[in-house]
Write a protein that binds this ligand. Structure first.
Ligand code: CA
Length: 484
């Protein structure tokens, strides 16, 4: 025989209580659902309203029946407040009393996370001197209510200026008053909904003064809030750093170590630009011109300011110009003397064949690529050179060469030679490489006193004529030489 239903308030029916979500944190808006599993023989939860008590504290709630059974919905904030002061895994005791007086009790374990409240600030982090910027503030967190928020904004009054502060939150009581220089007192009061977890609670407009300061900050300090119980709590400072910049007004150009000359063949000079004031964008573009402002072949410059001489034997003065990239159009310049540049010789190439392997023929010593090299099939007898042509004989003044990488030793004993007979005969030694050359570019001053048509590099016994690059330079014609 079936048991009669249990249906009056004298009975407190144990129920299976399921609180959803299980983690109570984050925003205080939203609802908490409590699923109730009741014994088969209990009376139905009749009625349109319900009284919910969590940990003995009343929480407004409503009850609905759906496919899963009975669901009680409670306001999340009220629910969290009923658990106030507890953190971590908490056993929440819940009692539900229906209109008809049926009472159900149960417990569930929930994780209560109380986060400390934080004041966040966002806004421009790079501001041009003389211009306004704005910062947006908000208070976020969980686990408490808020009725009032007070804080002080502090900043360097020499660098920054307070313009105004305002809140777009409806009916919020908000004020911001400038006090002593560099200080603004901000006050806001209202409901938790108005103060709390807003995307923006208030904005502050500031102006960067026209100073040379490169960096400054706006700090929200002495932040205190009062909750619904009028308890006052502190919140950590919120500091916003700002980079300040000015338009370029002047550019000083200088050479490394104070130098303003390139006085060796194919020499280089590292240039630097100091843009003033100091908080201006320091980036510049480099260009080089003749003193007349026209394009020049005397020197060239890389995007990062490395000035190089020429391979045409041209000497004289150039004007190096640094132009600000901030749109100000400001420039700075330096005059650089270019001297001792030599004429790179050109002609038809010749050399000994065959190569050790395809791709390492003698022309690889003249292709402008330090990674390719000449590698003759035999250890001895290899050579690579240049026929300057009939009537174009030149006095070899300097050789620049770049050994095959890692094979520098193969050039010890190698010779630079000149001939006026043919590409295979009549060669005279002009210079012998006496010791292991450096990895990278090497310069040898030959200073030949005779002009030759055929110029070549000749390998030592076991060198396979290895060399990555060869550059031959002519001495200036006698008529070009200035008397000492
Ligand atoms: Ca090469």
């Amino acid at each position: 025989m079936e048991k009669p239903p249990v249906s009056n308030a004298d009975y407190i029916v144990p129920a299976k209580i399921d609180i959803d979500p299980h983690v109570l944190a984050g925003k205080l808006t939203g609802s908490v659902k409590i699923g109730i599993g009741i014994p088969d023989n209990a009376a139905a939860l009749a009625g349109s309203s319900v009284r919910l008590a969590v940990n003995g504290k009343d929480v407004a709630a409503e009850i609905k029946k759906d496919a899963k059974g009975y669901q009680v919905k409670a306001d999340r904030r009220a629910f969290v407040q009923a658990l106030a002061g507890q953190t971590g895994e908490v056993e929440a005791k819940i009692a539900i009393v229906s209109d008809t007086g049926s009472a159900f009790v149960g417990t569930d374990t929930v994780i209560v996370k109380t986060e400390s409240l934080t004041l966040s600030v966002r806004g421009d982090d790079s501001v041009k001197a003389g211009e306004e910027f704005s910062l947006s503030y908000a208070v976020n967190g969980a686990g408490d209510s808020m009725r009032e928020l007070n804080l002080n904004l502090s900043y360097d009054p020499e660098v920054l200026e307070f313009v105004a502060a305002e809140s777009a939150v409806k009916q919020l009581n908000f004020s911001a008053e400038a006090g002593q220089p560099g200080r603004v007192t901000v006050k806001a009061s209202g409901t938790s909904n108005q103060l709390f977890n807003k995307e923006t609670l208030f904005t502050v407009r500031m102006k960067a003064k026209e100073t040379e300061a490169a960096r400054s900050e706006v700090a929200a300090r002495d932040i205190v809030y009062a909750n619904a119980k009028k308890e006052r709590h502190a919140i950590a400072d919120a500091v916003h750093a700002i980079n300040l910049f000015f338009e370029a007004r002047e550019i000083a150009v200088s050479g490394e170590g104070g130098a303003s000359a390139i006085d060796s063949n194919r020499g280089t000079l590292r240039l630097s630009a100091q843009v003033k004031p100091a908080n201006a964008n320091q980036s510049v573009t480099w260009s080089v011109y003749g003193l007349d402002g026209e394009a020049t072949e005397l020197a060239s410059i890389t995007p990062d300011g490395l000035l190089s001489g020429n391979s045409k034997g041209l000497n004289g003065q150039v004007k190096v110009i640094a132009t600000a990239t901030d749109g100000s159009g400001v420039t700075g310049e330096l005059t650089v003397d270019i001297s001792n540049q030599l004429q790179a010789l050109t002609g038809s190439l010749f050399g000994a064949e065959p190569a050790w392997a395809a791709g390492s023929e003698y022309d690889k010593a003249f292709d402008g690529d330090v990674n390719t090299y000449y590698d003759f099939k035999n250890g001895a007898g290899g050579y690579a050179g240049m026929d300057l042509g009939e009537g174009a004989e030149a006095r070899l003044d300097q050789v620049r060469f770049y050994p095959r990488k890692g094979m520098e030793v193969r050039m010890v004993g190698g010779k630079f030679q000149g001939s006026n007979v043919s590409s295979t005969e009549g060669f005279v030694d002009l210079h012998t490489i006496g010791e292991q050359p450096a990895a990278g570019w090497n310069t040898v001053n030959v200073s030949a006193d005779t002009a030759y048509r055929y110029i070549r590099y000749y390998t030592p016994e076991t060198g396979n004529a290895n060399v990555a690059e060869l550059e031959f330079y002519a001495a200036p014609a006698a008529s070009d030489l200035m008397p000492e």
